[in-house]
Design a binder for this molecule. Sequence first.
Ligand code: GLU
Length: 418
Amino acid sequence: MESELTSAKKQLASAAKVLDMDGKVLKTLSEPKNVLKDDIPVRMGAGDKKYFNAYRIQHNDALGPFKGGIRFHPEVSIEEVKALAMWMTWKCSLLGLPFGGAKGGIIVDPKKSSLHELRDMSKGYVDSFSEFIGPDKDIPAPDVYTTPKIMSWMLDQYELLVKHHAPSAFTGKPVELGGIQIREEATGLGGFFVCNDATSRLKLKPKSTTVAIQGFGNVGFNIARLLHDAGYKVVALSDSRGAIYNKSGFSPEKTMTCKLEKGTIADCYSVGSVVSDKGKLITNEELLELDVDILIPAALGNQITLKNADNVKAKLVVEMANGPVSAGADRILNEKKAMVIPDILANSGGVTASYFEWVQNNYGYYWSYTETYEKLKQMLSNVFETTFKNSNKNKLSMRESAYLLAVDRVAKAVELRS
Ligand code: GLU
């Protein structure tokens, strides 16, 4: 299977070709600037010491300090983090944020870790990389399975080491520690705005539009809730252990209440349950191939590949995860005339809200929820519009259009500095 890094490099190479990019600039952009690795010692519940592999990959900082989340996941690999860091560079550039791109990760299954172990691991991560982090150097944030609480531990450890307050060193913090109210739902909210912009272009009316969403974490849940409240029919939902389908639609809120009680979405399907009495249990793979209008992969990377792209029936694919559609699969979806909103646009609400948080921390002055909401909506809609117009004018897919805009801005900044 094509790895995420292979897809990321292919995407860059095709943009570079169209932009007629200088060879030296392409070389700079093809590799991360800094690859940081360490083994973090954690005293486990049973008293023994275990080491966890941790990474921080800083891809490019021509446009500003590095920016990007840290994920805690058993399948984290250095190659995957390299791809994710590169995607952050393009995402920040596309949105016009004054940031470069980075990503971090620890190879761990947080579902099997105690609170105490997670705390030591989070603080240990900062001990390892503190000299490379900071408000003007590299600003981490949450990603897969990392939470505002984890950001609190990291910020606390960072401030202990540098011996002064530095709230803008991390984003996605709890509100009490300088976080902003909108950050928790921002990725889902951004995806919702982009989805609305796309459906109005495709002339789809919410009431008669069906949606399947893979993944029911922060991002999957929030976009499901927002689409449902706006009248879209959310007919399939899933988590890592299975999926549920019901052609009359689900209430994401009720599904979440049930999942919190029972543990998995699949357990929420039972005849007569609050979630569904007409639905059925399906697999995550089947969810991707459902006959729906909108497909939203909001879990992990590489879900739609050469293996299943032909079977995808949705007219609109909104990449809320990072890298869920491989480069090969993207070509097939384009041939099938599906509109694919690329991750660097679809899930950019998260880092855009992080930018607002960083600005407010630096000022020490906080905006109201409504003001932040409006700014987020405006920024994403403007970028959607620019990307859409560029795609129409130059006969490009939305991904090609977004990449050309994003990569060009970074390449120019690299050239100006050399
Ligand atoms: N982890 C999120 C992403 O992949 C947010 C990054 C950030 O806020 O820095 O975009």
